[in-house]
Design a protein around this ligand. Structure first.
Ligand code: SIN
Length: 532
């Protein structure tokens, strides 16, 4: 790729902003983001970034924990890259000005989270790590003249010529359809927590990049693996779709989970109790809630002093107090909520997808680094590490081509479940879709529920042409492929738990979904209404 080529980055979380900053050393870069530049999933990350930075830790130990959490489905090469290159990327963030918390003697402060064998979670502003990272990167991007930022701009579909990406169809901030030409498009658009009724993700997390890639015919992998965070705050207001996250770091500091009678239940479920892998704790809480008529479980942090809680977890402290909860005196109600999609657009370890000119980094991508279950606080590190590698591959390569490393085993190949055109469909609202996925394809699944959900989804369409409607249509497309993949995997592994097949099976490796016939929407037939 020669100078003055133009690269489009879709999304403005840590992955998109790092990619844009690195690429701007040589290329013209445009960041397309559908909200304000600083709004993203990254902004809401609390716990921190896992990295083996201290003398008593090692990349090998971090890799072993990542592989164990991934339940046999991690790509070991990607894990090795994450854990060995991650520390250098943290030093980059420090150089950019991210104010990581320090101990009194000036070392990086380190927290412990579930399934880590060492305290290696770096944090900033106590529990405001994501906000600190996002603020620092947004400042750097705003100060980089070679980066153009298009805010409130919705990415609609890729433009393909002879099977390669040549641009992006967008709806601009005035609500007008436009085409942006590009030499490469990097999807960094995050996850799709809005698939579920309860999610820790903000409202922007509607999986647009994954849906765009699906429509263009890209391979998507391991979509059945959706991680549920064990502890979202369960107050009346959590009935909206974005309950407030209570970081795993709170359990890392010693908080415990209680039933409604005040008894701990996790020690009976796993030897690591509250610090067991995330899927185990989420299922443990869900089972306990079922035993107590759906009432939330309780998180007890009262062994910590009010001063410690306010200093170590200022955001959680403020949010709980704003909801009239004093967590230094009383246990607080929590329940699991959809948090992170391990599956996504299949990439190699440089972000290359199955379509030339299309790259994916961060949560939208599936490098295989998380396997069936992501280790806590590995997501910001993944975004940072693989966005940097993607950018540097593009900076160094003249004409990068897709070169996806084969999976280690034979993937289950599922073509996209495309409802036939003649099937009559009924309108589905976003809330109906989210409720269906929560009840039929959530923490526990089975063939009957998944089959029934797929039938409903195949007989549904989304009405309307507002941005909200376009997002919901993306969610519907993604719900179909997630449920198809979950139905096909007749085993339980990591975050995918089938009550009808409760054990792992050696018969399953990765899953792949792609559209047999790519179907890019025709922009000139769309009338888009943008809310004022
Ligand atoms: C948390 O703070 O518990 C979330 C961290 C993560 O999802 O890795």
């Amino acid at each position: 790729m020669s100078k003055n080529k133009h690269i489009l980055v879709v999304g403005s979380g840590i992955a998109g902003l790092i990619a844009a900053l690195e690429l701007s050393a040589k290329y013209d870069v445009t960041v397309v983001t559908k909200a304000a530049l600083a709004e993203s999933n990254t902004r809401w990350a609390q716990g921190g970034i896992a990295a083996a930075m201290a003398d008593d830790d090692s990349a090998a130990s971090h890799a072993a924990d990542t592989l164990a959490a991934g339940a046999g489905l991690c790509n070991p090469n990607a894990v090795n890259i994450l854990c060995t290159e991650g520390p250098a990327r943290i030093r980059d963030l420090i150089r950019l000005g991210v104010p990581f918390d320090q101990t009194p003697n000036g070392d990086l402060a380190r927290g412990l989270e579930a399934a880590h064998s060492k305290a290696r979670i770096l944090h900033a502003g106590g529990d405001a790590t994501g906000l600190s990272v996002e603020t620092t990167l947004v400042r750097a991007v705003r100060n980089t003249p070679k980066i153009t930022v298009l805010e409130h701009t919705f990415a609609l579909d890729l433009v393909l010529k002879n099977g390669a990406v040549t641009g992006l169809e967008i709806i601009d901030s005035e609500g007008l359809p436009r085409t942006l030409d590009a030499d490469a498009v990097i999807l960094a658009s995050g996850g799709a927590g809005q698939l579920y009724l309860h999610t820790t993700n903000p409202s922007v997390a509607t999986g647009d990049g994954t849906a765009i890639a699906l429509r263009a015919g890209a391979q998507l992998a391991d979509l059945e693996f959706y991680q549920f965070h064990p502890t979202a705050l369960a107050t009346a207001t959590s009935l909206d779709s974005s309950p407030f996250l209570i970081s795993e770091a709170v359990r890392g500091e010693g908080a415990v989970l209680l039933d409604t009678d005040g008894h701990r239940f996790m020690p009976q479920i796993h030897p690591a109790a509250e610090l067991a892998p995330r899927d185990v704790v989420a299922r443990g809480i869900a089972s306990q809630m079922a035993l107590q008529q759906g009432l939330p479980a309780l998180l007890d942090a009262t062994a910590m002093s009010p001063e410690f809680l306010a200093k170590r977890f200022p955001s959680i402290d403020a949010e709980t107090r704003a909801r009239n909860l004093d967590w230094s005196r009383n246990p607080i109600p929590i329940n699991p909520a959809a948090h992170y999609w391990m599956g996504g657009v299949r990439t190699d370890t440089y972000g290359r997808t199955s379509i030339p000119g299309l790259y994916a980094v961060g949560e939208v991508a599936c490098t295989g680094v998380h396997g069936a279950n992501r280790l806590a606080s590995n997501s910001l590190l993944e975004s940072l590490t693989f966005a940097w590698r993607c950018a540097h591959m593009l900076l160094e390569a003249d004409s990068p081509s897709a070169d996806i490393t084969p999976f280690s085993g034979t993937p289950t190949i599922l073509h996209e479940a495309q409802p036939q055109a003649q099937i009559p469909t009924a309108p589905i609202t976003r809330l109906e879709l989210q409720t269906l996925l929560w009840t039929h394809a959530g923490i526990e699944r089975n063939a009957i529920d998944l089959g029934s959900a797929l039938h409903t989804l195949d007989h549904s369409h989304v009405e309307g042409t507002t941005i909200h409607d376009l997002e919901t249509a993306n969610l519907l497309a993604l719900a179909r492929v997630l449920v198809t993949a979950a139905l096909a995997r007749e085993e339980s592994r990591g975050a995918h738990f089938r009550t009808d097949f409760p054990h792992p099976s050696a018969a399953y490796e990765h899953s792949l979904v792609y559209a047999q016939e790519p179907k890019i929407r025709k922009i000139n037939t769309l009338q888009v209404a943008v809310p004022c």
